[in-house]
Ligand binder design. Structure first.
Ligand code: SAM
Length: 246
């Protein structure tokens, strides 16, 4: 007896919509989303689309009308609730365009709950395009099947971050000059991973971080990693030992 094919098919387009979804809702998509569904995917009436809203979860919709600049969809059923994501934050010194886009995309795929840019003394990036980073987050979430978007916080200075730090959240400070083996610091529970800029932290910053209640210096091995590599590697290691990869 051949197995009945899964529905909706794996190839079904999946989009984030920034509005609360509910059963029976009809919504019209314009702009890039309409172009993607109508002209790129060439959807027609009756074709399925998966939508998620970062509030209620993921829904199945079907195309009710596909015009050149507008695609109208009707929600037909809820596929799953919004997921709970491990309580892991990534605190990162902004780095150059390109690497920072990669860092944000990988942190999203790997399951970070919150992305917090941190301005340090050696941060060379003076202007951060949060809209572009948020677009990267949305695109990565659509691709990797997240139903909960990582939160993207406004940049904060390192001094302010440390001053206001809640010691109830582990502050895992990736220190290329040496720290505890990562396996010893990754524990279930609220956590944050702090990654420095291309030029690393200053000695004074390092001392201030280590003096912060809840902070612990962690090594990511004997090699010097690029900041974006260090961020992805640290999140993956944490997910393996304390997150939702167990
Ligand atoms: N200071 C060096 C430099 O000037 O190239 C390295 C900075 S590294 C490119 C950027 C950040 O990645 C560091 O601040 C640290 O947070 C993290 N990192 C890189 N390699 C690491 C390692 N082996 N162990 C822990 N953290 C590392």
């Amino acid at each position: 007896m051949p197995a009945t094919p899964a529905w909706p098919p794996a190839s079904t387009p999946r989009l984030f919509v920034d509005q609360t979804l509910s059963a029976g809702l009809t919504l019209a998509l314009d702009g890039a989303q309409a172009n993607y569904l109508g002209n790129v995917m060439r959807l027609k009436a009756g074709d399925p689309v998966r939508l998620f809203d970062d509030r209620t979860g993921e829904w199945l919709a079907e195309v009710s009308d596909s015009a050149k600049r507008r695609v109208t969809l009707r929600l037909t059923g809820k596929l799953r609730a919004r997921e709970s994501v491990p309580d892991l934050w990534l605190l990162f010194a902004p780095i150059k365009k390109g690497p920072i886009d990669w860092l944000v995309e990988k942190a999203t795929e790997l399951g970070a709950a919150r992305l917090q840019p941190v301005i340090t003394q050696r941060t060379i990036v003076d202007r951060l395009n949060l809209d572009r980073l948020r677009a990267n987050i949305i695109e990565a979430s659509e691709q990797c099947d997240r139903t909960a978007l990582p939160e993207l916080a406004e940049p904060v200075k390192l001094t302010a971050l440390l001053r206001d730090w809640d010691a109830g959240r582990a502050l895992i400070f990736a220190d290329e000059t040496g720290g505890s083996p990562f396996a010893q610091v990754a524990r279930p529970g609220p956590a944050a991973i702090l990654i420095g800029p291309e030029g690393g932290f200053t000695p004074g910053e390092r001392d201030a971080i280590r003096a912060t209640p809840g902070a612990i210096g962690a090594s990511l091995g004997p090699r010097i990693l690029r900041a974006e590599t260090a961020a992805a590697a640290a999140i993956a290691a944490w997910m393996t030992m304390a997150g939702d990869w167990r």
